[in-house]
Design a protein around this ligand. Structure first.
Ligand code: HEC
Length: 155
């Protein structure tokens, strides 16, 4: 009993101390997806869907929930954002060449079609795409990919 009590006290102290440390926030002050949205001709409806379900992990601007302030959750969330941005970041779109853009849109369609994105850990709290939303962004994603493909082939 004594040992358990000591362990709990140490754990509590550690939890309090780590509250003083925070990962750097993913918050940009410039428009975060303007180039991506205009080049891909994303309608207001598409933008709304992407904003609410994808940009938190795939742009330079995350809308943080309150519990993101609490360590160690803050670090866990930060890990997902960093990894997500590494694979697909709409804020970097202007720096990609056409092959990369085409490939990223291919992955975009695949991930959504297979129901892999948004990640499960996110949908538990933020909800998933509705069937209608899913259909809309897949259709748009395919169109965008095709237009990059045509551009690559010089047609
Ligand atoms: C909670 C964070 C999070 C959200 C929200 C999220 N993603 Fe991701 N996404 C990730 C992570 C982490 C990876 C990299 C690991 C992986 O592929 O599973 C990733 C990878 C990707 C990739 C690249 C896959 C590859 O093969 O490299 C695409 C494309 C993608 N996501 C699209 C989306 C779309 C579209 C949405 C919204 C419908 C979305 N994601 C929402 C975290 C997220």
């Amino acid at each position: 009993m004594k040992v358990i009590k000591k362990v709990l006290i140490v754990l509590l102290i550690v939890l309090v101390i780590i509250q003083f440390f925070r990962p750097e926030k993913n918050i940009a002050d410039q428009p975060i997806a303007a180039f991506f949205e205009s080049e891909t001709q994303a309608s207001a409806e598409i933008v709304t869907i992407l904003e609410s379900k994808c940009y938190d992990c795939h742009s330079n601007n995350t809308k943080y929930p309150w519990y993101a302030e609490v360590a160690p959750i803050s670090y866990w969330i930060d890990g997902h954002i960093e990894e997500g941005k590494e694979h697909f970041n709409v804020s970097d779109w202007a720096s990609f060449d056409i092959e990369k853009k085409e490939h990223k849109m291919e992955e975009f369609v695949e991930e959504v079609e297979e129901g892999k994105m948004p990640e499960d850990s996110y949908t538990w709290i933020h909800g998933n795409l509705s069937d209608g939303e899913k259909e809309k962004i897949i259709e748009w994603g395919k169109k965008v990919r095709l237009s990059y493909k045509r551009e690559m082939e010089g047609k």
